[in-house]
Design a protein around this ligand. Structure first.
Ligand SMILES: NC(=O)C1=CN([C@@H]2O[C@H](COP(=O)(O)OP(=O)(O)OC[C@H]3O[C@@H](n4cnc5c(N)ncnc54)[C@H](OP(=O)(O)O)[C@@H]3O)[C@@H](O)[C@H]2O)C=CC1
Ligand SMILES: CC(C)(CO)C(=O)C(=O)O
Length: 325
């Protein structure tokens, strides 16, 4: 991680390096991350929330233990970006908005500015990795956060974050940033196989999210009739597509390995309303393209049938909110 020495702690013997993070897309995940970085690494790090609309600097985070953490963060808008350059830019928009957000800050990107992409799915990550001349890290996380209002975010539950780059050129940066995020109180590990980790999460999201969004049920209800059989049909379509992408399940093989993973997540998140269901209930666009799109594209490239995934995709695409993206 490139660190600047702009902010030296007054009175500190050796210059303490500081990191200026821009959080572009200050929603649930972005503000949860911002609050951890700003509070754990104060006064060395600075964190600026960069939104497409004005955001209060005074922010609160409700922790998984119900405590309230307060901090004043710098804020900026896409029209008026921070004067101070970023050492690391975290893109924390939804997947469908990531490239537009990146386009809006393009003039401030240098050939060395590291980007961290926090999106679910596997859509914008390879394109941005190919296009941005500087380092691009991808994060996949099971942390859970939701927005209360513009000044308050709830960190609903701790999870684990994996960080790495798709072309294997920035492992030292991933290791340094993972250490930094860990020290901020979010369990984070640098990995050499982030592509596999992103696809595995995508596989779980593809098996769970479209069905729970369609039937408006909690994740655990997928274990019951008639939903269980529907999930199994999706897994049978997913498994050969994932194999054609050389993505293996964490344990076991093929349909059996993917079933094990999906049912384990459905059980451990049984009471959750999945993100796609929450988006549908709130009339927001869904991340169907980032989650189902790569599977359908891959099925087409490899001549594999995916009728169920196709109809789940078509149903989601027809939602009025998705006409906007
Ligand atoms: N929340 C979570 O617990 C988890 C989220 N993720 C993933 O993280 C990503 C972010 O999710 P989440 O934080 O929940 O989403 P949110 O909708 O809460 O936040 C997205 C933020 O991006 C902003 N935004 C939208 N378009 C732009 C733009 N063009 N430029 C700048 N900002 C923009 C939104 O602004 P506005 O308020 O104006 O719409 C909003 O502040 C998703 O891919 C999600 O799947 C992964 C794991 C867990
Ligand atoms: C794993 C799962 C399905 C948990 O709810 C999720 O990631 C989501 O809601 O998007």
């Amino acid at each position: 991680m490139t660190r600047s020495n702009r902010h030296q702690r007054p009175g500190a013997g050796a210059a303490h390096p500081s990191v200026h993070h821009w959080i572009v897309g200050p929603g649930a995940l972005g503000r949860m991350l911002a609050m951890h970085l700003a509070t754990a690494h104060a006064p060395h790090d600075t964190v600026t929330l960069v939104g497409r609309r004005a955001m209060p600097g005074q922010q609160r985070l409700i922790t998984p233990h119900g405590q309230t953490l307060s901090a004043t963060l710098a804020t900026a808008s896409l029209e008026s970006l921070p004067a101070e350059p970023a050492d690391v830019i975290h893109l924390t928009t939804k997947a469908y908005a990531c490239e537009a957000a990146l386009g809006a800050i393009a003039e401030r990107l240098t050939a060395t500015t590291p980007l961290v992409l926090w999106q679910n799915g596997f859509d914008c990550q390879p394109r941005i990795t190919a296009r941005h001349p500087g380092p691009v890290l991808c994060a996949t996380t099971t942390e859970g956060a939701h927005v209360q209002d513009d000044s308050q975010v709830t960190h609903a539950g701790h999870g684990k974050t994996f960080l790495g780059d798709l072309d294997g050129r920035h492992s030292a940066l991933a290791t340094a940033l993972a250490k930094h995020v860990n020290a901020a109180g979010l369990a984070c590990e640098a990995v050499a196989d982030i592509r596999i980790r992103l696809w595995r999460k995508l596989a779980v999201n593809a098996a769970i999210n479209p069905l729970v969004a369609q039937f408006q049920i909690r994740n655990g209800q997928l274990r019951d009739t008639p939903y269980r059989g529907m999930v199994e049909v999706v897994i049978e379509e997913l498994a050969p597509i994932l194999a054609s992408e050389r993505i293996t399940p964490p344990t076991g093989t093929g349909v059996q390995g993917w079933s094990e993973l999906v049912w384990e997540v459905a059980a451990s998140t049984a009471n959750n309303r999945a993100s796609m269901l929450q988006d549908v209930l709130a009339g927001r666009p869904t991340e169907h393209r980032a989650i189902l799109g790569p599977l359908l594209d891959s099925a087409q490239r490899h001549g594999l049938q995916a009728p169920t995934l196709s109809s789940l995709y078509a149903r989601l695409r027809e939602l009025p909110a998705n006409a906007r993206i």
